[in-house]
Design a protein around this ligand. Sequence first.
Ligand SMILES: NC(=O)C1=CN([C@@H]2O[C@H](COP(=O)(O)OP(=O)(O)OC[C@H]3O[C@@H](n4cnc5c(N)ncnc54)[C@H](O)[C@@H]3O)[C@@H](O)[C@H]2O)[C@@H](O)CC1
Ligand SMILES: [K+]
Length: 507
Amino acid sequence: MSNEVLSPAEMGEADRLAIAAGPLDGYGLMQRAGEAVAGVVLSRYPAASRVHVLCGPGNNGGDGYVVARLLGESGVDVTLWVSGEPRAGSDAAIAATECSLERRPLAAFVAEQGSLVVDALYGAGLSKDLLGDTARAVDIAASLPVVAVDLPSGVSGDSGDILGTAFRADITVTFARKKPGHLLLPGRERCGEIVVADIGIGDDIIAQVASRTFENKPAFWLEELPVPAVDAHKYKRGHVGVFSGGPSATGAARLAALAAARSGAGAVTVLSPANAMQVNAAHLTSIMLRKTGAIEDVHEFLGDRRSSSFVLGPGFGVGDKARDFALAVLARKRQEGGVEGLVLDADGITSFRNEASTLFDAASRPDAPALVMTPHEGEFGRLFPDIADDKSLSKLAKARAAAARANATVIYKGADTVIAAPDGSAAINSNGARWLATAGSGDVLAGIIAALLAQGMRAFQAACAAVWIHAEAGRRFGPGLIAEDLPLALVPVLRELVEARQKAPTG
Ligand SMILES: NC(=O)C1=CN([C@@H]2O[C@H](COP(=O)(O)OP(=O)(O)OC[C@H]3O[C@@H](n4cnc5c(N)ncnc54)[C@H](O)[C@@H]3O)[C@@H](O)[C@H]2O)[C@@H](O)CC1
Ligand SMILES: [K+]
């Protein structure tokens, strides 16, 4: 697998392990890194009249010295601008010595139109805000193409936060694996196209680092994607129950229900209060409808229908009823044909704002159905106020802390959605589309998750798959997308995934 994401500390560990294992030493890795960047510059910008290479004091600058030397040797007109001296004896110091180009101080940096900037000021070691000469260089480079080495300087590799200011790269060449700062906002927007270069750190070394963070790509969950067996006499496709709100708020539940049906649930039932039965009935065809006004109705449905998963929240209303219904579902057993999971969204989440621990305790029972929560930033803050307010935590770290506390899979939504599991695994989604920021889009996501849970996918994998599929459908549909379009837009995406799944050796 190549979709592991390494924190800067984990990448440092990978460097150390690779150096210990050989054959490359630290300078050898730096050579490979510089070669990769120089290769990108030469292939992508063959017409650049001049390349300005900006080198910082650490190993990111060391990569820069290698780039400058190689470009110079290739006949490119290179100007080298330097901020700080490499530490004596460091790999960067060796690289600086090997580079015979004249060094100019970054304080004097100027660049003309038509030239290209290689940003090798700071990478994984960024430790404070960009100020003074460096911040001035960011301004000068703003009107020029920029190739960033490892990360655009100013972007935190851990969090994607911008420290003071940051370069806006057209291409970022990073090494071995992506870092969280390449995927989390606002850093992601500063990276431009991301090229992951192989510098000789093998998959075995990455495996030893045992990162628990992944970029959310189909390879990560495709093996578990449910595909009905063609030769089976009967197959389990699962039954999803979606709780509906009152007569003026039923659309959200129907969107979730339709998405669940499109995502392969064998049966879907909208569970409606009595006074909304008529409006629901008027809009449902293949989806079943059942009156579910009071907690007794929930128990009865749970007892005789064996629904495999539930969606609670979209349009439901905030209050005791949402809490009671959610807790009734979570009180079931997962084993022996019981309830696989509960997707708690929107009002379902907000309903527990003052009783979060009741929810988290209910989800902690070993045989409880899996709890999947889908908060956007506002909802996240209601359920996890202290985590939300902790400025030292990245979005990734916040989602992880929330999942561990809640004993739940947490989908922290946004343009850089993070999916975190209670065991510490986390995935950052990167195929999101701006078109998805439309009313009802989240209801559709909840329905997809429930369908995948109902078909037996594990909660974290189901959540990751649903987020990716939902985003992909929105991305492909493009402008004009409204939530009603999404259930049908899932079909071509699912078709391709099912085909890929059937071709996969493990399928
Ligand atoms: N052997 C290795 O470890 C390899 C490292 N590589 C490169 O090494 C980089 C990491 O190197 P380092 O750990 O030396 O870190 P950096 O080169 O990113 O920066 C560290 C230095 O910059 C200073 N600094 C940080 N932020 C600053 C700011 N805002 N203003 C002024 N000074 C600041 C620090 O005090 C330190 O001296 C990676 O990003 C990658 O480009 C690659 O060459 C591959 C091999
Ligand atoms: K950089």
